[in-house]
Design a binder for this molecule. Structure first.
Ligand SMILES: Cc1cc2nc3c(=O)[nH]c(=O)nc-3n(C[C@H](O)[C@H](O)[C@H](O)COP(=O)(O)OP(=O)(O)OC[C@H]3O[C@@H](n4cnc5c(N)ncnc54)[C@H](O)[C@@H]3O)c2cc1C
Length: 460
């Protein structure tokens, strides 16, 4: 990049907060998706709102593509720079929790705050921020909002969108836009926070985010139901939802996942089982929690669980959730390449989707481990392969096409929580239609006429 332009970025944020050397820039060429990297021209780390706005303005005025990056943990290529002249804006120094309001149950944060750091700070004040993506110890709130991240508690407590009350963001001119409020209700203007949610860095750059907090549940009960047949496990998920019970967590792990997780964590998982369900019910009244747990146990047995282990204490419960959170790292150790998918279906269709993934795994002779937020209909079929093997990777790509076709045929969606990014942009029209893609393009170009905000992602 032109040296004088680099000096202008340095003048805004200081020289230690600009990476111009190639070795430094390389670290920002990829994210957690299996896609080709692209080294950006410059990496800039603003530390204040003012610096952030000026950085956006300078890049945009000079026609430089802008990719905003939180922790880079997304799985869809959402922060891989679109071209070699891209400026990556890192939010890791915009990491202040500005307010936790215990009276009015909200918090105001900067976008680079780490999700679990925020959740712990809220918990220390006796409140609860439920969205808990498996990546919560590294992901940022800005990344969570820009992808509408979900988590293990999505079934009962919802996902990031259910906690977004408002935000400030910078538009392409570096002007600060304010939307939403600290109030429970607010219909002032358009719902611009709703528009920015899941926008994947394509419409503007968040600088402050207002999040709803809730009182924590007082009681909970967690259990592991063990099955000899994965079809029985997936039938149990559908049966629990159909019985109108809402566990806070309802996760499925198949045999492959159990084997790899156990080898990695030694958590004592039943590796001889075909599948397990990890289930937690919670609430404000111990008796109601007990009643829900009893009903869930009954349904698990009725659907064929061979046994059910109930966590005796918090330590046992945490051990189960830790094992679940380690599913992806454990699978990733098996082969050089791990392709994690995110197909999501209506909950009653979980048994059909599980069957479809198993059929596709056999058809393409691929090792696919399936885990996920089954209670949300959100499965993560994870293909273990080696990208360098061209023949094998072609089978992987064909299998992914079929996984999406299966999800769409079951009235599902391409992505429950990982976003579209580069990885799934080509399927957008298949799930929606041409008019929808054109409408979205018009919206995008109205707000970003030079098409510089995260080009090549989401809507192309
Ligand atoms: C092991 C593992 C487990 C995971 N588990 C889950 C899970 O359970 N649920 C889930 O939903 N996801 C999960 N993910 C995916 C990922 O962690 C989440 O999508 C997370 O929200 C990404 O946050 P990030 O800070 O890493 O964002 P990044 O990857 O850095 O960025 C994601 C998007 O946000 C945009 N963005 C970031 N900051 C801003 C800003 N200030 N303004 C505008 N746009 C911005 C970026 O441009 C990009 O489009 C997992 C990933 C891994 C590796």
């Amino acid at each position: 990049m032109n040296v004088n332009l680099i000096k202008e970025f340095v003048a805004i944020v200081g020289k230690d907060q600009v990476f111009a050397d190639e070795v430094d820039r390389q670290a920002y060429s990829y994210d957690a998706a299996v896609l080709m990297p692209q080294v950006p021209a410059l990496v800039v780390m603003p530390e204040t709102q003012e610096q952030l706005g000026k950085t956006v303005k300078l890049a945009y005025e000079n026609g430089l593509p802008i990719t905003v990056r939180g922790a880079g943990s997304n799985l869809s290529g959402a922060v891989i720079p679109s071209s070699a002249d891209t400026v990556v804006i890192l939010t890791n120094r915009l990491n202040r929790i500005l307010e936790i309001n215990e009276e009015d149950l909200y918090a105001v944060v900067e976008p680079g705050v780490i999700t679990s750091v925020f959740a712990e700070a809220v918990s220390a004040r006796g409140l609860f921020y439920p969205p808990d993506p498996g990546s919560q110890t590294i992901s940022t709130i800005g990344g969570n909002v820009a992808l509408n991240a979900g988590g293990l508690r999505g079934l009962k407590y919802g996902v990031t969108k259910d906690y977004l009350m408002g935000m400030d963001f910078f538009d392409c001119n570096g002007d600060l836009i304010k939307t939403g409020s600290r109030t429970v209700k607010c219909v002032t203007g358009y719902n611009l926070s709703g528009m920015m949610l899941a926008s994947e860095g394509t419409l503007g750059v968040f600088s402050q985010i207002i999040l709803k907090l809730v009182p924590p549940p007082k009681d909970s009960k967690a259990m592991m139901a063990v099955y000899d047949d994965i079809a029985d496990a997936s039938e149990t998920v559908a049966a629990i939802i159909a019985a109108h019970i809402l566990p806070c967590t309802l996760e499925i792990l198949d045999k492959k996942c159990l084997t790899y997780i156990e080898a990695y964590t030694h958590a004592g998982l039943p590796v001889d089982a075909a599948a397990i369900l990890l289930i937690e019910v919670d609430g404000s009244h111990a008796q109601a929690v007990e009643e829900d747990a009893d009903k869930v146990i009954e349904l698990c047995k009725k659907c064929g669980a061979k046994y059910i282990n109930i966590a005796k204490d918090a330590a046992e419960k945490n051990k189960l959730w830790e094992a679940r959170r380690n599913a992806l790292p454990a699978l990733a150790r098996a082969r050089p390449t791990t392709v994690l998918e995110d197909a999501t279906v209506p909950r009653s269709k979980i048994p059909a989707m599980v069957a479809a993934v198993n059929r596709i795994s056999e058809k393409y002779s691929l090792e696919i481990g399936t885990f996920g937020h089954a209670g949300d209909g959100n499965l993560h079929p994870t293909i273990l392969c080696d990208r360098r093997n061209k023949e094998e990777f072609k089978r992987v790509e064909d299998a992914i096409d079929e996984i999406f076709d299966a999800a769409l045929n079951l009235q599902g969606t391409l992505s429950g929580e990982h976003g579209i990014g580069i990885a799934k942009a080509k399927w957008m029209e298949k799930e929606t239609n041409r008019a929808t893609v054109n409408f979205s393009k018009k919206l995008r170009l109205a707000l970003d006429p030079k098409y510089l905000f995260n080009a090549g992602k989401k809507i192309v």
